[in-house]
Design a protein around this ligand. Structure first.
Ligand code: IMP
Length: 431
């Protein structure tokens, strides 16, 4: 039995979905433990593209059970849309392969409205949220007034809760933000319908997880977003509203820390960010554009162009410390092919002072000037490589330099979106 956590080491979009789908045949359970449909995983299997926002990316593998744990915030419309599409394609034969915690909180219409109203109100300082209502839904959870999936199954209690909440939310929406109110009857009718349709999927996911661990099964925990979007460890306030670090698995899925074996940090071979906030190695000129084009760097959830830049070892070292990575997976190495020179930031200069530590405040991070190390580039089509030795020497030197800087081995290298476009130096589940 091995438990493996796969989490993003940067600002999300590191290619976690591809790796989870690739690892899924070795796991019986795939578990999401935080975030919601702000995540977007693009999977390419046999040339067919699937985008998932809520359902774990392991679902395309017929042998897996996919859990949506208590730490996730669920937009039932999106979840049902994904379940319907997977059922229509014959991927899901019945509800048994997707189980949803009754403890997971529900994203409602007012959460989306408040998300957008607040972003507008921030004017020049917008976070650039995905507008999916994630922050306001976590806010209701933490202030102990949220509605959970299990509540959708109790129509009478649900009505009372919605009426009370709509009164408060409409006050804030209309009086403070001058936004349109939301309607109790519409929300209530939809919520009852969600409860009816989701009931076959609702389960005690912690118990399923516990049983799998007792039976010695492999379990894969699927992270969303990334270390630098974590509410505590990210570039606050330009972050999401959940903990994205490996430690969040324990609370968000309901499993003890003694049960965790391995943590795989996922990074791109370069860096991207979508939304606002500081980004020390960002390239705003031609190189950024080149990376965006070569890497098709547009958000899977919002379609927004991603900001692009060089790999940042200061960030990766910080993420390795906070998450306790036992290995790294480096995605999209193929995208860097064809550049004469590739760079890695090894330190920053902040106000003239050299530092190897990631700064705390957005202002300091904004002022951080990366200190770069330059490496020879490589050329050719990497997508045909299947073994580490088949990669060009310069690409191997780059990977090995990253290992030395971060002090974590790069065990997996992805050189294309397909399942087989993956090089394994050491299998993440062991063995
Ligand atoms: P929210 O999670 O929608 O509140 O957005 C907060 C910040 O996190 C914004 O900068 C988003 O662009 C970013 N974000 C949220 N989810 C993802 C993701 O899955 N990939 C990349 N960025 C994300």
């Amino acid at each position: 039995m091995t438990t493996l956590i796969a989490v993003g080491a940067q600002w999300g979009d590191e290619g976690k979905g591809k790796l989870v789908d690739w690892l899924a045949p070795q796991a019986e359970l795939i578990v999401r433990f935080h975030g919601g449909n702000n995540a977007g995983h693009t999977l390419v299997v046999d040339g067919e593209q699937t985008v998932l926002h809520v359902v774990p990316a392991g679902v395309l593998n017929p042998g897996t059970i996919n859990l949506i744990g208590p730490g996730v915030v669920v937009d039932p419309d999106i979840l049902l849309e994904e379940l319907d599409a997977l059922t229509a394609r014959g991927v899901l034969k019945d509800p048994s392969r997707v189980r949803v915690s009754g403890r997971a909180h529900v994203i409602l219409e007012w959460h989306r409205a408040l998300d957008k109203a607040r972003e507008e109100d921030r004017r020049g300082k917008a976070i650039g949220t995905t507008g999916r209502g994630i922050g306001p839904a976590y806010e209701d959870k933490v202030t102990r007034r949220g509605i959970r999936i299990a509540d959708l199954l109790d129509a009478a209690a649900l009505r009372e809760a919605i009426e009370r909440l709509v009164e408060q939310k409409n006050f804030e929406l209309t009086e403070y933000y001058k936004w349109d109110p939301v309607d109790v009857e519409t929300i209530y009718a939809r919520a009852v319908e969600w409860g009816r349709r989701l009931e076959p999927y609702v389960d005690h996911t912690e118990r399923i997880l516990d049983r799998a661990l007792r039976d010695g099964k492999n379990v894969l925990f699927e992270g969303a977003q990334g270390n630098f979007l974590d509410i505590d460890h990210g570039t606050y306030p330009y972050v999401t509203s959940s903990n994205c670090v490996a430690g969040a698995v324990c609370a968000g899925a309901g499993v003890g820390p003694t049960k965790i074996d391995r943590v795989l940090g996922i990074t791109k071979a370069y860096t991207t960010r979508v939304g606002g906030g500081p980004f020390p190695t960002e390239e705003t000129g031609a190189l950024g554009e080149e990376l965006r084009k070569a890497g098709a760097e547009f958000g899977a959830t919002t379609g927004r162009p991603r900001r692009c830049g060089w790999l940042d070892a200061v960030m990766l070292r910080e993420a390795a410390t906070v998450n306790g990575y036992t290995a790294l997976a480096m995605n999209k190495l193929d995208v860097l092919a064809g550049l004469d020179e590739v760079k890695i930031a090894t330190a920053y200069r902040v106000d003239g002072k050299l530092t190897e530590e990631f700064p705390v405040t957005p202002a300091e991070i904004e002022r951080a000037e990366p200190v770069y190390e330059s490496h020879a580039g490589w050329s050719g089509d990497l997508t045909a490589c299947r073994a580490y030795d088949e990669l060009p020497q310069a690409a191997r030197d780059y990977i090995e330099r990253v290992e030395a800087l971060v002090e974590v081995p790069v065990d997996v290298i992805s050189i294309g979106p397909g399942r087989d476009e993956t090089i394994t130096r050491k299998p993440p589940f062991g063995g």
